[in-house]
Design a protein around this ligand. Structure first.
Ligand SMILES: Nc1nc2c(ncn2[C@@H]2O[C@H](COP(=O)(O)OP(=O)(O)OP(=O)(O)O)[C@@H](O)[C@H]2O)c(=O)[nH]1
Ligand SMILES: [Mg+2]
Length: 526
């Protein structure tokens, strides 16, 4: 597969924005076959394992801060609460209200002791484990997920509110059947300082150490993935030769992409489960970049590819264009994934160096990573995992804030359309002014393309759909005279009176007259 259109491919319907006259190359949406999707999935799985083995600096930072939060603020509260609940074992339907009471007391500075003192010194048994799994785990898992997502400073106070919310919304009414332990035994629990931070994925009691102190750690399930929106538009930007088209071909399963420079705009659709990601692959050549900003408003996110191994001059230009582009009002703050490509080359600058040159760093909406887009250039000959990982981050980031991004895109498109309409109106006015100047040989213009009165009437009559000059009414004749029977001016007046497109406004002669009068007044004032 290559990234270029072939004549046999049927054209695609372009997005609604008015585009410049440069004809875009149309290409059918390249829905990957199921094997491509499978490839992506398999890659994602593999990358997840890789990521776990070699976390990036930013990932390490996140893990560290999560660890600190869990061990200092969450664990001391939750482990005691779990021990308390495990000993008390209230009926499933009362779990939330018992917890609410427990956390309310705790927020007021009182740690409740279990009332069933007799059950404290016993070993955990299968009934305890069943109770934890069926009755406690759903509630504690939800609480842990909320804590991890929101990280409140005052954990007990937050938990009071969360449990109150569960009570108000009748949540956790249908917890599983609970088997009460038959015989009280000695509870054997891990001391708090030995307990692992509350990160495992299920609530567990460790029966290895005998103690009456807190020990059982609540464990959140990994936060559920936010479903991807039905359609995302991702802009592929970056100077020519960076590797944009190669990336698109590679992630869709082409093991050896041979891309030619992209001329214009090539839409390229990647179908994921329940979601369609439409990449706008835009050529980065000097003569093509002018069209980029016509597409900025449409994008929910950006993939920006920089040739990190380019010579100093090209790299310098690349950085300059990247800064301008990423700072553009329709791009700035949209989720942006920057690939520092051709990383396999010895000459390649590192992601850190590129980030420094750009004056940017990883944050909630920006990720800067090295990549080798061409599968043949990777050590394994497969798609570089950092591409898959980066794209997954980008899709997740868009999905997490999709409502806001969707609104932003809508607003940007409206602003862009209004701006384009204003620019077009200004341009038309300049052309009309020049044509009138040409009609009368004023304003530094030579007389040019001026009809006789008779031919001028006939020309305007035909422009608005009549056959003969006689059919042109008085107002039309007056306007023809006002514009000095100049050909282009007559064409423009005809186009205003009888536009070819039904979407365009149809002007009355009186409005056209006012428009021409305004321009003539301007010319007289010169
Ligand atoms: N060494 C190396 N070459 C690469 C890599 N990725 C792409 N290339 C090559 O770089 C050249 C340009 O790649 P393209 O994908 O066409 O670049 P582009 O960004 O789409 O360029 P335009 O369409 O002109 O904007 C091709 O010859 C690719 O084979 C990479 O990771 N390493
Ligand atoms: Mg290309």
């Amino acid at each position: 597969m290559t990234s270029d259109a072939s004549p046999s491919n049927p054209p695609l319907t372009l997005p609604s924005l008015q585009r410049p006259t440069l004809t875009p190359i149309h290409r059918p949406t390249t829905a990957p076959s199921s094997s491509h999707v499978d490839t992506l999935r398999a890659l994602r799985k593999q990358r997840r394992i890789d990521r776990m083995q070699t976390p990036s600096a930013s990932q390490k930072k996140v893990v560290e801060s999560t660890h600190v939060y869990l061990t200092t603020r969450v664990d001391p509260v939750m482990s005691k609460a779990i021990t308390y609940m495990l000993i008390e074992q209230p009926k499933a339907e009362n779990i939330v209200s018992v917890l609410l009471k427990y956390f309310t007391e705790l927020a007021a500075g009182v740690t409740l002791d279990p009332t069933s003192a007799a059950k404290q010194n016993r070993k955990t048994n299968s009934a305890d484990r069943l109770y934890m799994a069926k009755a406690m785990s759903p509630v504690f898992t939800k609480l842990m997920n909320l804590l991890l997502a929101l990280r409140p400073a005052n954990v007990p106070e937050y938990l009071v509110g969360a449990c109150q919310g569960f009570v108000d919304n009748s949540e956790f009414k249908d917890l599983g059947v609970v088997v009460k332990p038959a015989v009280p035994e000695t509870v054997t629990l891990v001391p708090a300082e030995e307990a692992a931070p509350a990160t495992p994925t299920e609530v567990t009691a460790d029966a290895s150490v005998t103690t009456t102190t807190t020990s059982v750690t609540a464990a959140p399930s990994p936060p559920k993935k936010v479903p991807y929106p039905k359609k995302m538009v991702i802009l592929m930007l970056g100077l020519d030769g960076g590797g944009k088209s190669t990336m698109l071909a590679a992630v869709q399963g082409d093991p050896d992409p041979k891309c030619k420079p992209t001329v214009g705009f090539v839409p390229n659709t990647l179908r994921l489960e329940n979601s369609q990601v439409q990449f706008y692959d835009l050529g980065g050549g000097d003569n093509i970049r002018d069209i980029w900003d016509c597409y900025y408003g449409d994008g929910h996110a950006v993939v920006y590819v920089i040739d990190a191994a380019a010579d100093d001059m090209k790299f310098g230009r690349s950085i300059k264009v990247a800064k301008e582009t990423l700072g553009h009002e329709y791009i700035s703050k949209k989720p942006t994934l920057i690939f520092c490509n051709k990383s396999e080359s010895k000459a390649a600058r590192s992601a850190e160096e590129v980030a420094e040159e750009l004056g940017m760093s990883d944050d909630a909406t920006t990720k800067i990573v090295s990549s080798t887009m061409h599968p043949k250039m990777t050590p394994t000959g497969e798609v570089d995992g950092r591409i898959d990982e980066g794209l997954e981050w980008l899709f997740d980031t868009v999905a997490m804030d999709f409502e806001n991004i969707k609104e932003r895109v809508k607003k940007d498109i409206e602003t862009q359309k209004a701006k384009e309409a204003k620019e077009k109106a200004e341009k038309d006015r300049r052309v009309m002014k020049k044509s009138i100047c040409k009609a009368f040989g004023v304003g530094g213009e030579e007389k040019e393309d001026v009809f006789s009165q008779e031919d001028g009437f006939e020309f305007l009559a035909q422009e608005i759909g009549f056959m003969k000059a006689e059919e042109l009414d008085e107002e039309g004749r007056e306007i023809a005279e006002m514009v000095g029977y100049q050909k282009l001016a007559l064409m423009m007046c005809g186009g205003m009176k009888a536009p070819i497109s039904s979407k365009k406004k149809k002007y009355e002669w009186s409005e056209i007259k006012e428009y021409v009068e305004g321009i003539k007044a301007e010319i007289e004032g010169l």
